[in-house]
Design a protein around this ligand. Sequence first.
Ligand SMILES: *[C@@H]1O[C@H](CO)[C@@H](O)[C@H](O)[C@H]1NC(C)=O
Ligand SMILES: *[C@@H]1O[C@H](CO)[C@@H](O)[C@H](O)[C@H]1NC(C)=O
Ligand SMILES: *[C@@H]1O[C@H](CO)[C@@H](O)[C@H](O)[C@H]1NC(C)=O
Ligand SMILES: *[C@@H]1O[C@H](CO)[C@@H](O)[C@H](O)[C@H]1NC(C)=O
Ligand SMILES: *[C@@H]1O[C@H](CO)[C@@H](O)[C@H](O)[C@H]1NC(C)=O
Ligand SMILES: *[C@@H]1O[C@H](CO)[C@@H](O)[C@H](O)[C@H]1NC(C)=O
Length: 512
Amino acid sequence: MITARLLLSLMMPVLLDAAAPPRRPNVVMVIFDDLRPVIGAYGDTLASTPYLDNFARGSHIFTRVYSQQSLCAPSRNSLLTGRRPDTLHLYDFYSYWRTFTGNFTTLPQYFKEHGYYTYSCGKVFHPGLSSNNTDDYPLSWSAPAFRPRTEQFMNSPVCPDKEGILRKNLICPVELQTQPYKTLPDIESVAEALRFVGSRSRHSQEPFFLAMGFHKPHINFRFPRQFLSRFNLSQFYNYTEDSLKPPDMPAVAWNPYTDVRARDDFKHSNISFPYGPISPLQAAQIRQSYYASVSYVDDLFGKLIGGLDLDETVVVALGDHGWSLGEHAEWAKYSNFEVALRVPLIIRSPQFPVAQTKYYHGITELLDVFPTLVDLAGLPKLDKCQSSQELTCGEGKSLYHQLMGLGRADEHVALSQYPRPGMLPTKHPNSDKPKLRNIKIMGYSLRTDIYRYTMWVRFHAQNFSRDWHDVYGEELYDHRLDSGEELNLMPLPQFDDVRQRLRRRLMEMVGS
Ligand SMILES: *[C@@H]1O[C@H](CO)[C@@H](O)[C@H](O)[C@H]1NC(C)=O
Ligand SMILES: *[C@@H]1O[C@H](CO)[C@@H](O)[C@H](O)[C@H]1NC(C)=O
Ligand SMILES: *[C@@H]1O[C@H](CO)[C@@H](O)[C@H](O)[C@H]1NC(C)=O
Ligand SMILES: *[C@@H]1O[C@H](CO)[C@@H](O)[C@H](O)[C@H]1NC(C)=O
Ligand SMILES: *[C@@H]1O[C@H](CO)[C@@H](O)[C@H](O)[C@H]1NC(C)=O
Ligand SMILES: *[C@@H]1O[C@H](CO)[C@@H](O)[C@H](O)[C@H]1NC(C)=O
């Protein structure tokens, strides 16, 4: 009897194995706020990102990935629903797609509906109206989203100046002891993420999807002071080749970085509106603090990765959009330039182990993340959207074939967009981030292998339509000669053919 039972129990796992589908991997999606590829593994020699670099060694790096709009809420809702801002009708912070546009299925919701336990830590959805003030719980998440309690101090006076008076500064290295609750939002979020991962190991039947959203390097640059000492200020003076506003840049393309100007440590410096410039010292300080903020979240990223079992976890790390560090004499995001749109995308999967970083240089969009993660988890493929009425589909393309080493069949391009309230930079309405009702112009930007082509046209916010004949600015940059996008080739007749070809392609992609 005993022998038979023993025999049976020995056989059970084998029998179960044959019957049950393979266990799905856990998925961890890490979103960094306003992170351009200031990462050693991306070739940035000034960056200090040992944990991301180490992680990248066993990962796949996509080098030319573009956000759909260089603003948090539209970019994140686009990433998380797999739809373009034009489909969601969201270009600001103030509408919730489910009630305003369509009850579209999100990336975490798709995982939840396919047997995953889904959880959101930190800034994943943009908080507020654009995610129904609930981070889209309960449809996207299995439990209410975790928001760090110190998040509320983002715009409070918490930066001690030389006299110890608390200010609302842009540049804000701190001692944790001086901070509310003696901590910072990202430290709280990572602790919670690690607690969650630990607790899930007791529920091994059900895989999890964890989204971990860091608040940094988004302004203000508030981080533990020690990260500043990794960098010499002198390295950041001559950071960009171009520190002037390009002469042929149309005024509508300009973003006057109103959020930087509004901070206590900048508002008395008399930065000329709208074109500046910022003083060389302040420019170097902003760059240094951005790099230090990245080092700070890199350190926390290391703590998070240390708590994961990478043999059964798919990890994707990305930025929601970029940030201009003085290129074209501009700061912040809020534009259609390469620096504001290009983001890191690092994918690690137990299914595709690599001994050394594998790089991919094809053009990719953040829209591609949703179908890619679905494929990496082995879930039913996400349909490609055929119409804006479809509730469960995506507008991106899965990168799974590339990860398998099969390459891509066709040439890919990235389409991004940015709204403006008028032709000229203004404070009221704020032309950096106009509200829907004030939007009069939409800039559509196409990134091909070689060119960036941008066209600013009349946009009707009442019915979300555009008039291609009413043009407020056009830009063409050739990345073979001009990776900084300093020289607008529009005035040169020898580029007329290229311009017309790209213009047709852009209009075709956007539609009427
Ligand atoms: C939206 O979709 C979800 C799940 O697909 C469903 O439970 C919910 O009832 C829908 N809401 C509306 C208003 O249709
Ligand atoms: C949005 O939030 C409200 C409460 O403020 C809630 O009644 C409603 O069900 C939420 N909608 C969805 C789709 O979760
Ligand atoms: C900063 O400068 C000092 C003195 O010039 C040098 O010793 C140090 O190595 C530099 N640090 C970095 C990170 O370059
Ligand atoms: C930056 O470049 C200018 C002009 O080439 C030079 O005069 C200056 O010394 C440089 N500054 C630093 C800190 O390297
Ligand atoms: C800014 O302008 C005001 C008024 O013109 C002047 O009093 C102040 O000294 C200026 N500040 C700086 C930093 O230039
Ligand atoms: C959208 O509204 C504008 C302004 O009211 C109007 O001129 C235009 O014809 C409308 N377009 C469509 C497609 O309805």
